[in-house]
Write a protein of this length. Structure first.
Lengths: 354, 400, 86
């Protein structure tokens, strides 16, 4: 079994993360119930002829994937594996509302084509001219982790050597309104810096594209080693600590070995207690971080957490803005990530310096 | 990575039958399930034909035994029925006895309810329960719950029309790597106005019965279906002394990287997928006895796939046929229903006819199998290709 | 006829999102597909819907589009000869 490394990272998020040289230094303190990404200069990455039909999710993904491939020093990858909870939502909504509003008349194909979930994976393959393995996972908050697991299996076995892995979701107006209707979105705007103080139901929604090159070859650009990723469709809150302990033990670690726990807190009082049982109990004496106040909540928000953890391990520094408690680790060697959404689709991801 | 991947159960519901036995009967009797659409109100009713499942949602709900206040979409209902048949067929009475996962696939997800209540949701609280049923992972979560799979690896793949083949591929990988001992794999897609209109804009829907690999083919018929396989490790098979239906012997996935919807003229992606699958199986082309082709009956697919088959098999193309003329193109479920058909072919040593074929294509001289043919089969190849350049091939074999 | 050609150019630019192209950039005889304006098969489907919606012309086979959409001139000729709405 070969080891698996994160050789490059790239993030398009609601913060200015596309500048690879910075690490959350120039913070945008949003005050909203939904926070869109800070758009990079798409034209610098995508020729206009290619960009003209691209949904926002595709554009974000093309930019992030090109940045990741470039940072890894590669011309080509062997495979492309993406995760997306909702796919290119705006085009799905556009096609569906045109269909209903025009009573099935005068519909055009472009938005239908973009509406299929694998459109991002397919377009990235087209842009990179990559004929390799191409998969798209669409399983709510475990979409990105499914992609990670698939990549890890193939890299560890040596089937492939360099795999581009990404998590993408975009905000869609209609879907957002429906989410508001069922109370999954916060009723009142909350400041980024005060998300966890809100003590209200629902989350602040967001979007983003985070791409990584995973490889079974370590190189100068490597950020971290991906030790393990494990998913659970269901997990009662009470079982979260013992499951975390068992996950660590299976990989030869204990809670004391963890230098940083990155938790998927999104400020929803109804579900944040899943994180509390780790934060207040098992990892009470461990340094902790959170990130969804920066990225917003979306099905693949955990890919932003993965970006954060990778960067912490390489730079050996933790930005103030993500610190959850006052404990200070002497250094960051081993990082555990835990995420879930509304009590379902839980994941544990373990990273280590390399 | 030398472990075998045994198939110990299968379940299916499609336009040609509500279970495995009914599907097999229709296949060998040449009985297609294509008709005018009856359960979806669409202006295109006279312009298209579909492979529709006879049961209404209410009938499916009653069969599964759900409460009336359930929030199951038709995709989830079809998926549950087929997955339960697969688990029963595998003789599993305690699903938690082994580390068991579920890999499902869908392209439509909960679109049937979303399109019905797109605006009504804002006024009628009673239909708001379907809002959270829209996303692609929802039907998978519900199937897992119905099967009693909890605290486990459950995920969903959506790679358009190649989805379920990819679910089988991932399942095989998870068994081989020891990540899971047992995994239910497959896919489900119901018909929806969204897909009917979407394919209509691409002008690839036939207004009559679809005719795979025919010179005068006019396009595809959409269909709805669900099918699942139970894959188990060698260790379980030995320990439980289980009957094995067939093995997942090889698999390959590649991207055409040519066009957003169309396949390349020479089928680069399809060629690569078939070659990779042969390599994983440790086979040469001569080992394949039958190809269950993707054969959607669109101008583009059948030409591209046919050329790819010739590239891989050269002048020794095995018997091949498309079963899309029976079922319609069931999108994400296609790879799973055709996996069931491939396994049935192996079990019964039979090749199904490619229905509705009249005229030889002029671009090449390979011709699909036109009659039911009895023949000893040891390995069957199943192709599934989709939008976004996704090309997948799975090889099933009698022996591990 | 010139008004129709102008209308077609404006429509093509808007509907097909040709951001960096102006009406003046499209010559009446320029090839719209391939090496010319670079349109592709998906654009052809968009144009077929446009013929239906704006001019009441229904094409049932996408292959028919190839000759019609060769250039602005061929499109304008076809529309003038076959339009059912004004």
């Amino acid at each position: 079994m070969k080891k698996v490394y994160i050789n490059s990272i790239a993030s398009i998020s609601a913060q200015k993360t596309f500048d690879q040289a910075e690490f959350l230094t120039d913070l945008i303190d949003h005050e909203a119930i939904v926070i869109p990404v800070v758009n990079p200069n798409y034209k610098a990455f995508i020729p206009p002829a290619a960009a003209r039909r691209m949904a926002k999710g595709i554009k974000m993904s093309i930019v992030a994937s090109k940045m990741a491939v470039q940072e890894a020093g590669l011309e080509q990858v062997d495979a492309i594996i993406t995760g997306t909870g909702m796919g290119c939502l705006r085009d799905s909504e556009k096609f569906l509302s045109n269909l209903i509003d025009n009573d099935e008349q005068y519909l055009t194909p472009t938005s239908f084509i973009q509406s299929t979930h694998n459109t991002v994976g397919g377009q990235v393959a087209l842009e990179l001219k990559c004929k390799g393995y191409n998969f798209t996972y669409v399983h709510s908050s475990n979409s990105f982790e499914s992609a990670l697991l698939d990549a890890k299996l193939q890299l560890a076995s040596g089937e492939e050597d360099d795999i581009l892995v990404g998590g993408i979701d975009e905000i869609g107006d209609h879907t957002f309104k429906l989410q508001e209707l069922v109370g999954h979105v916060k009723r009142e705007a909350v400041k980024t810096s005060e998300l966890l103080k809100s003590k209200t139901s629902g989350a602040v929604f967001g979007e983003g594209a985070n791409f990584f090159v995973l490889s079974n070859k370590k190189q100068a650009s490597s950020y971290a080693e991906l030790i393990a990723v494990k998913m659970f469709n269901t997990l009662p809150k009470i079982s979260v600590p013992e499951t975390a302990t068992a996950f660590l033990a299976n990989n030869g670690f204990s809670a004391e070995d963890i230098d940083l726990v990155v938790l998927g807190y999104n400020g929803d009082v109804d579900y944040d207690s899943c994180y509390d049982v780790l934060s207040h109990e098992l990892f009470n004496d461990t340094q902790q971080a959170y990130y969804k106040h920066l990225s917003g909540e979306f099905n693949t928000a955990s890919s932003f957490g993965f970006w954060l953890a990778s960067k912490v391990l390489k730079l050996q520094s933790l930005p103030e803005v993500v610190k959850l408690n006052d404990i200070k680790s002497s250094g960051f060697k081993t990082v555990l990530l835990y995420n879930q959404y509304r009590g379902e689709n839980h994941s544990f991801t373990l990273l280590k310096t390399c | 990575m030398s472990k075998g991947v045994a198939i110990t159960g299968m379940g299916i519901i499609s336009a040609i039958g509500n279970n495995v036995a009914e599907n097999y009967q229709s296949l060998i009797e040449g009985r297609k399930g294509i008709s005018r659409v009856s359960k979806i109100k669409t202006n295109h009713v006279n312009d298209i034909m579909v492979g529709e499942i006879a049961f209404t949602n209410e009938e499916l709900i009653a069969q599964i035994g759900l409460n009336p206040d359930n929030s199951f979409t038709r995709t989830a209902l079809l998926g549950c029925l087929a997955a339960k048949e697969a688990v029963n067929n595998a003789g599993i009475d305690n699903i938690t006895a082994y580390n068991t996962g579920l890999i499902s696939s869908t392209s439509v997800g909960g679109m049937d309810m979303t399109e019905q209540y797109y605006y009504e949701s804002f006024e009628n609280e009673a239909v708001q329960k379907y809002i959270e049923s829209h996303h692609a992972g929802d039907s998978t979560q519900k199937i897992a719950q119905q099967l009693g799979i909890d605290k486990s690896l459950v995920t969903t793949i959506s790679t358009a029309c190649s989805s379920a083949a990819n679910a089988i591929m991932l399942g095989a990988r998870l068994i081989k790597s020891g990540e899971l001992d047992r995994v239910v794999v497959g896919g489900a897609d119901c018909l929806s106005k969204f897909t009917i209109n979407g394919f209509k804009t691409l002008m690839i829907l036939s207004d009559t019965y679809n005719t795979p690999f025919d010179e005068n083919r006019k396009g595809l018929n959409l269909g709805e279906a669900a099918a699942y396989l139970v894959l188990e490790s060698d260790a379980i098979v030995q320990k439980e002394n289980k009957a094995v239906l067939a093995y997942v012997k090889g698999y390959g996935n590649a991207n055409d990287a040519f066009h957003q919807t169309a396949s390349s003229e020479n089928g680069d992606g399809a060629t690569l997928a078939m070659q990779k699958a042969l390599k994983v199986a440790g086979y040469t082309p001569e080992n394949i006895d039958y190809i269950n082709a993707h054969g959607t009956a669109t101008g583009n697919n059948d030409l591209s796939e046919g050329r790819a088959i010739i590239r891989v098999f050269e002048d020794r193309v095995p018997d091949f046929s498309s079963t899309k003329a029976y079922t319609g193109h069931t999108l994400a479920a296609a790879g799973a229903i055709e996996a069931v058909y491939s396994i049935l072919a192996l079990q019964n040593d039979v090749i199904y006819p490619n229905l509705n074929f009249k005229t030889q294509m002029k671009e090449f001289d390979i011709r699909p199998q036109l009659e039911v043919k009895k023949k000893t089969l040891n390995a069957v190849m199943s192709n599934s290709f989709g939008f976004g350049g996704n090309c997948s091939t799975v090889i099933f074999s009698k022996e591990s | 006829m010139d008004a129709l050609k102008q209308e077609l150019k404006e429509f093509i630019i808007e509907q097909l999102n040709l951001e960096d192209i102006n009406v003046e950039d499209i010559g009446n005889d320029d090839a719209l597909f391939g090496d010319g304006l670079g349109l592709d098969s998906i654009d052809a489907l968009e144009l077929i819907v446009m013929l239906d919606k704006n001019y009441g012309i229904k094409l049932t086979d996408p292959k028919q589009g190839r000759a019609i959409f060769e250039s602005i001139n061929t499109m304008a000729d076809y529309i003038t000869a076959h339009r059912t709405t004004n």
